[in-house]
Design a protein around this ligand. Sequence first.
Ligand SMILES: NC(=O)c1ccc[n+]([C@@H]2O[C@H](COP(=O)([O-])OP(=O)(O)OC[C@H]3O[C@@H](n4cnc5c(N)ncnc54)[C@H](O)[C@@H]3O)[C@@H](O)[C@H]2O)c1
Length: 331
Amino acid sequence: MLKIGLIGCGRISKNHFEAVADQADAEIAACCDIVEERASGAASTYGIPVWTTRYQEMLERKDIDLISICTPSGFHPQHGILAARAGKHVLTEKPMGCRLEEADELIETCQKHGVRLFVVLQNRLNPAVKLTRRAYDEGRFGRIYMITSNVFWTRPQEYYDMAPWRGSWALDGGAFMNQASHYVDMVQWFGGEIDKVEAITATLARKIEVEDTGAAIIRFKNGAIGSINVTMLTYPKNMEGSITILGEKGTVRIGGTSMNKIEHWQFGDIRPYDKEIERHNTNPDSVYGFGHNGYYQNVINSIMNDSIPSSDGLEGRKSLCLLEQIYMKKS
Ligand SMILES: NC(=O)c1ccc[n+]([C@@H]2O[C@H](COP(=O)([O-])OP(=O)(O)OC[C@H]3O[C@@H](n4cnc5c(N)ncnc54)[C@H](O)[C@@H]3O)[C@@H](O)[C@H]2O)c1
């Protein structure tokens, strides 16, 4: 039984508690939050035997193998580094940090202490995405010409006002880094190594330090061109979260609330699994998707069988690297 300690009992922690409860070979043995009612509340709601407001106390427990980090993004590296130094495997929510330098320190510390590092990029495991990746790996797109992603969502001022870390440079990052980070990951995952990035960002309507709207253009080393258009100001509600891959011999567009629905699928050749597309179209109500369950399965399997996970620290680093380039180039 893999024993997990979870830090940060806020909004996303629900997905973690529920996903682990579904696993036969893992359990959350302790949870921690600096806000006492959140730690105790989560413990009573999800039947967690131990709760604490002191992270160090949780790290000192010998029975815990893995720490799941659900604190504000800017804290992920420091909470991960402390866990690695305590000899625990680390699973961090996305993004793995707000600065590449800090993420690198986390990667190095995990390597030094011989523990595994996982970054929650659950959308890579969506059936619609996995099918598209299969077609990509089989070379069905031919040469990739263009990859575009649109994230037209709505986040009212009250969303940013919910917690002081939201909308700050130090702990959150803007629409690209927080809300669109899965889409940024997907664009680089299909696009490959990056040659050049240009970006324009703006804070058009919300009272926040970071951007609520922006557009980025990317040239990949293979010559393909990518673009990511993001706004949190869509009227009156979330409208689109999509990625479109346009290749020489294939075109695919994945949409839905969190890249769960194949909206267009066309290739020059025909394969038996093309018929399965409808079966793979799952559209969860939430933009968080329902991939945490699959993500934990992947992590547990990876720890127990020493296999490669769907997204480790080095994979998580790639989208953070692109995000940092977008922010460095913004005007
Ligand atoms: N994978 C996804 O799709 C997805 C979706 C939503 C959020 N997230 C990520 O999850 C993280 C948390 O987001 P959220 O919406 O749950 O935020 P939140 O503000 O609701 O929760 C964060 C919690 O961390 C606690 N906390 C802060 N500092 C702490 C510390 N030093 N020690 C212990 N607890 C501390 C806060 O009290 C709060 O309860 C963010 O990095 C976000 O990007 C990922």
